[in-house]
Structures are given as structure tokens and as C-alpha cells.
Design a protein around this ligand. Structure first.
Ligand SMILES: *Cc1c(COP(=O)(O)O)cnc(C)c1O
Length: 382
């Protein structure tokens, strides 16, 4: 049995008539730039995330970029983040002219280790960008406390974490900004690129709205140097439809993850040789349950011995899988000027060697999950 890593066809089949009608409605008006669909999505996403305002933008990458621009972070500034994330987190810091200052991850959660942040602060540090990797919330309390004491801005990279919760608060409502992506593989994915920045500060919201449209208000009067970071009306129309299904999809992803956990334990594969994703919230290990959605499983990621061999084995058998991410950012060629070398962030490097993502999309069936687990079992028995 073949099991794809993600099956967007299955999702579309379930909502096709709603999506097609929403797209047709935008075509009927021929209003493609910003407009009521985008405003409706901004209100809905802000409410969903527990923020007072939101600004639709062209991608998750541009969400990060425009949040940094809104704080005036640029040349001479330093921004703390993790090297074990998608490129855009650190790429956007470098693009505004600031320096990404990496801090290693906690090996259990794969998220920025708050205990290592204080040692990296300098008088030039302006912000911290924690990433809620794979859909699991970063350990926010110590980061927020530190940021508060030192006057730093916290920008959540919540691109993989829409709807995730930390001690009852949703991703995007804890930092000064929450940055979201609607890339098709995210839990809330559009028909192309899109993103959103949440905030609960009206002054910040006004700056975001201005910056995403050339700092222009009214037409041809420019207060700030912004750019074209607008969200398309077509994307917003599709996303307004999909947002209504997000809670059901998230619940299905969480059920799929719990089922893998059960099956891997029953097969004698966990806790050894496989390390299952850590679901309890925070360092205190508060149990995860329906009331505390600490992990929304944008990805279900195992730590697996002989990872590359396992990967090849699964691929050969038609089982979708992926490595997020094979090369930590401090070792990327484009960041060579930062002067890092192998060994600088050992947990990030180890995670890059040992982790593997398995299919966890909402429509995954019992049979498919069983086939994934059987293929992994056969590999370690063989
Ligand atoms: C997807 C993602 C981004 C970038 O989002 P795009 O919409 O693809 O630009 C940034 N950070 C993380 C952690 C992501 O997963």
C-alpha cells in the first residue's frame, strides 16, 4: 500500500463545492487585491488565535519580514533564534540587515532552549524568534519573562502551529507578533502562497497594514518604506472556507499521532529504538489533552537510529517521509559569514541526522497508518 506524506487531493474532494463557490465569487467581483475576503480572514484568524488584530500578507516568510520591519530591526541589530527550523526564520532576519544569533534546541521538544538564551544576549539584541516547530509550542514562559526584563520583542514563528496552545493560550497571542504561513502543506493551507501576522497592539497592527502595501496611505503618499506583501483575495476566499474545517483537521492529526504512538509502542519499537514526539506541554511536562493542544502535528517526527537507511527503506515501499531539516541553518553556505562550524549547536546537528517525518495528514486511514508502522517494524526486524 502506498501512503503519501500529504494528500491534498483527499482534502479537496471533501470540500470541493465550498472552495469552488468561494473562488467563483471572487471572480464574479473581479476584486483581486485585498478587499472584504481578506478583511474577513484577518478578523477570523485574529479571533481564532486569541489576538485582537491580524494582517494578511503574501507568505509566512513575508510575515516574519514585515514583523521585523515593523520593529525597525535592521543593520547592527541581533535577533535570537534556532538553527533547527525552515530557512525563512533566519533568512528574514538577515534580509532586514540584522544578525541571526543562533541558540541550540532542547533535544526533547526540538524547540529553542530557553536556558541558553540569556548567555547570548548583547546590548545589540532586539528580538527573539522562537519557532513552534512541527506544531509544538516552544517553551514560552521563560522566553517571555526574559524578553520582558531585557526589553526585547518576541516574534513567534507560528508558521507550523496555527491553533496550538501553550498553557491555554494560542500560538500568535503570546509574543508581540505571531507569524503564520498558509503554504499548502501547513495545517491551514491555501491554493498557493499566503501568510498572516497577528498582534494585539493597535500601533503595531497599523504599521503592519501600512508596510505590506508600500507604507502607502492614502494612495501615492508613503510614510514608511514597505513593500508589496499583500494577501490575494483569492487566497483569502479559499482560506475562509478552510478555516471552518481547521479544528476537525487538527483533531484528526492529533488522533493520528496518538494512534502512531500506540502502534509503535505495541510493536515494541518505542521508547526504543524510536523516540516518539514529546507531547506534554512545557518543561513541567503537563499532560497534553483535548483542553491543552500543545502539539497540533503539522508534522509527526520521530528520532530514529539508522535514519537514512530507514528513509530509503520506506521510500522504496511507497511510504511518504521527509527530513525536516537535513542541514541546520548555521551550517548553510549562505550563513558562512556568521563563522559557525560543525559542533557549534550539537543538538540541532544531531536532530538533523536522526529525525524523520511520517504521514500524519487528517485523512490518513487506519489501514494506511498500519502500513506505515508495519514498514518501520519490518525495517528494524530485518
Ligand atoms: C513554512 C514556514 C515558514 C515560511 O512560510 P512560507 O509561507 O513558505 O513563506 C517560516 N517558518 C517556518 C517554521 C515554516 O515552517
Amino acid at each position: 500500500m502506498k501512503v503519501p506524506l500529504l494528500d491534498l487531493q483527499a482534502q479537496y474532494r471533501a470540500i470541493q463545492s465550498e472552495v469552488d463557490a468561494a473562488v467563483a465569487a471572487v471572480f464574479a467581483t473581479q476584486g483581486f487585491i485585498l478587499g472584504p475576503q481578506v478583511q474577513a480572514l484577518e478578523r477570523a484568524v485574529a479571533a481564532y488565535c486569541g489576538a485582537t488584530q491580524a494582517c494578511g500578507v503574501s507568505s509566512g516568510t513575508d510575515a516574519l519580514l514585515v514583523a521585523l520591519m515593523s520593529e525597525g530591526i535592521g543593520a547592527g541589530a541581533e535577533v535570537i533564534t534556532t538553527p533547527y527550523t525552515f530557512f525563512a526564520t533566519a533568512g528574514s532576519i538577515a534580509r532586514v540587515g540584522a544578525r541571526p544569533v543562533f541558540v541550540d534546541i532542547d533535544p526533547h521538544s526540538f524547540n529553542l532552549d530557553p536556558r541558553q538564551v540569556a548567555a547570548k544576549l548583547t546590548p545589540r539584541t532586539r528580538a527573539i524568534i522562537p519557532v513552534h516547530l512541527y506544531g509544538r509550542m516552544a517553551e514560552m514562559e521563560p522566553l517571555l519573562a526574559l524578553a520582558d526584563r531585557r526589553g526585547l520583542v518576541v516574534i513567534e514563528d507560528a508558521c507550523q502551529a496555527i491553533g496550538a496552545e501553550y498553557r491555554g493560550r494560542r500560538a500568535g497571542s503570546l509574543g508581540a507578533y505571531g507569524c503564520f504561513s498558509f503554504f499548502p502543506s501547513k495545517n491551514l493551507g491555501g491554493a498557493g502562497d499566503g501568510g498572516m501576522v497577528t498582534t494585539s497592539d493597535p500601533a503595531r497592527a497599523a504599521r503592519l497594514a501600512s508596510l505590506r502595501n508600500h507604507g502607502m496611505e492614502p494612495k501615492y503618499v508613503h510614510h514608511l518604506i514597505g513593500g508589496n506583501f499583500r494577501l490575494d483575495a483569492l487566497q483569502a476566499a479559499v482560506l475562509n472556507v478552510k478555516l471552518k474545517h481547521l479544528d476537525a483537521w487538527t483533531a484528526a492529526r492529533r488522533r493520528n499521532a496518538a494512534r502512531y504512538d500506540r502502534l509503535f509502542r505495541a510493536a515494541g519499537l518505542a521508547p526504543d529504538p524510536l523516540t516518539l514526539p514529546m507531547t506534554p506541554c512545557g518543561a513541567a511536562g503537563r499532560p497534553d489533552n483535548e483542553d491543552c493542544r500543545c502539539h497540533i502535528f503539522n508534522q509527526y517526527v520521530l528520532r530514529a537510529p539508522r535514519r537514512d537507511e530507514l528513509r530509503a527503506w520506506l521510500t522504496q515501499r511507497g511510504i511518504g517521509n521527509e527530513v525536516y531539516y537535513p542541514v541546520p541553518l548555521h551550517l548553510q553556505e549562505c550563513f558562512a559569514p556568521l563563522g559557525h562550524r560543525p559542533g557549534d549547536f550539537p543538538e540541532s546537528e544531531r536532530a538533523a541526522r536522526e529525525t524523520l517525518a511520517l504521514p500524519v495528514y487528517p485523512e490518513l486511514t487506519d489501514d494506511q497508518a498500519g502500513a506505515v508502522v508495519a514498514a518501520v517494524r519490518d525495517f528494524y526486524r530485518g
